[in-house]
Design a protein around this ligand. Structure first.
Ligand SMILES: NC(=O)c1ccc[n+]([C@@H]2O[C@H](COP(=O)([O-])OP(=O)(O)OC[C@H]3O[C@@H](n4cnc5c(N)ncnc54)[C@H](O)[C@@H]3O)[C@@H](O)[C@H]2O)c1
Length: 381
């Protein structure tokens, strides 16, 4: 069993799909791990650290892919990389299957068996494999750090001989995994934090972190689907929500927006009128920018200033914490591959019946087999 890992080629991608710890674990299962030279450098992992853990270093992507059975990746491979992956191999990574620009026929033409980790069912057994959680958590942390770095004001209250500096106010929109970590990070720095979400179930979690939960008084109180995700809300709810966010934003110094609805464009929560009424110099970090943005003025991978408000739109926040993001991502992939593709006797055997396999299996034998994805994108593409 040969497992190959290539250097990530997407711009702004510093992460790598393997860590020295994961190399040791895969090798203990009897796999040969081959890593393209320099693949870990963006995450501060030298080739020698991978070698010390038991991996071989290949001089280029072609050598790494030669005879590979499994290829692990963070983002989808480029066309050039895909051409090197042996037909029929297994590809495991975050393949963004629902992204409009994602062309699944690339995998079907080569009869690759692909697994997209974003599709992993969010059940207890899958928690240790959940790349969305491990990476969103770091994104929430990093969003606050980036906002603070961009901001000309200190965060905690400071009582000095020259006068008192009031604490900064931070509003978090969307209290999922990223939002909860943003709340915790802003609290640790000494900010006064409030948060808003359409799912009332998160109220207790927000309050337990010491933040105030901003609630929309509405008849349609529950914005949660059976799967625990947010659903799209009624027009009446959206209007009330908009008024409340508008009023709250007027007094905030930093806003971290994380609101997403699976399979849909991100809800627009921060309008131009709201920006006009925000304090000069305040900062918004739009973590939903890659899905259209919670603030329409945010711009992918840029910082723009509008009506005196700085809006940060970094598309790949986990990559900005790559030194921690890569080992956590690698651990998620190891847990997935080892649990579902190796037997207790250390032989490679995919458990095709397991719901975690069927939940993530994207393409197989030349067709897109994931029910939801093939319904949206068609079986061939
Ligand atoms: N393995 C597991 O069991 C597991 C792991 C992680 C998360 N989860 C659950 O999955 C769910 C989704 O978490 P996520 O972080 O992936 O969410 P997400 O990234 O899909 O969305 C971020 C947050 O935005 C909120 N949101 C959506 N529309 C909004 C709007 N109009 N206004 C304000 N907020 C809005 C959502 O409710 C969510 O809390 C949560 O219930 C979480 O607890 C389960």
């Amino acid at each position: 069993m040969k497992i190959a890992i290539l250097k990530e080629m997407h711009p702004k991608e510093q992460r790598v799909a393997i860590s020295p710890d994961a190399v040791k674990k895969f090798t203990a299962l009897g796999a040969d791990v081959v890593i393209e030279a320099g693949a870990g450098l963006g995450s501060a992992i030298a080739d020698s650290s991978f070698q010390d853990a038991g991996a071989s270093i290949a001089k280029d992507a072609a050598a790494a892919c030669d005879n590979a059975d499994v290829v692990l990746c963070v983002q989808a491979p480029t066309d050039d990389q895909l051409a090197l992956i042996p037909a029929g191999a297994l590809l495991v990574g975050s393949l963004a299957p629902l992204d409009v620009t994602t062309d699944l026929s690339r995998y079907n033409d080569k009869k690759l068996t692909t697994f997209s980790m974003e599709l992993l069912p969010r059940i207890s057994r899958a928690q240790s494999m959940d790349v969305l959680s491990s990476q969103s958590n770091l994104a929430g942390y990093r969003a606050v750090i980036d906002a603070v770095a961009q901001f000309g004001k200190v965060i905690p209250m400071m009582m000095t001989a020259a006068g008192t500096v009031p604490p900064a106010k931070v509003l978090v929109l969307g209290a999922g995994v990223a939002g909860l970590q943003a709340i915790a990070t802003a609290k640790r720095l000494g900010a006064i934090v409030s948060a808003f979400d359409v799912r009332p179930a998160v109220k207790e979690q927000v309050q337990s972190l010491g933040a105030k939960f901003v609630e929309v008084p509405a008849e349609e109180a529950d914005g949660e689907t059976a799967g625990g995700y947010a659903k799209e809300m009624s027009e009446d709810y959206k209007r009330k929500q908009s008024e409340l966010i508008h009023e709250t934003l007027k007094s905030q110094d930093i806003c971290i927006s994380t609101a997403l609805i699976p399979g849909k464009p991100a809800p627009e929560l921060i309008t131009e009128v709201m920006l006009k009424d925000m304090k000069d110099g305040s900062v918004i970090v739009d973590l939903a920018v890659a899905s259209g943005g919670n603030c329409k003025s945010s711009k992918l991978d840029s910082i723009v200033t509008k009506h005196g408000v700085q809006i940060i739109g970094y598309s790949n926040m986990p990559s900005r914490a790559a030194v921690d993001a890569s080992p956590l991502y690698a651990r998620n992939l190891y847990n997935f591959v080892s649990t579902l593709m190796f037997t207790k006797e250390k032989t490679f055997l995919v458990n095709w019946e397991d719901e975690l396999i069927t939940g993530t299996l994207l393409t197989k034998d030349g067709a897109t087999v994931h029910p939801m994805v093939s319904q949206i994108k068609g079986a061939a593409a």
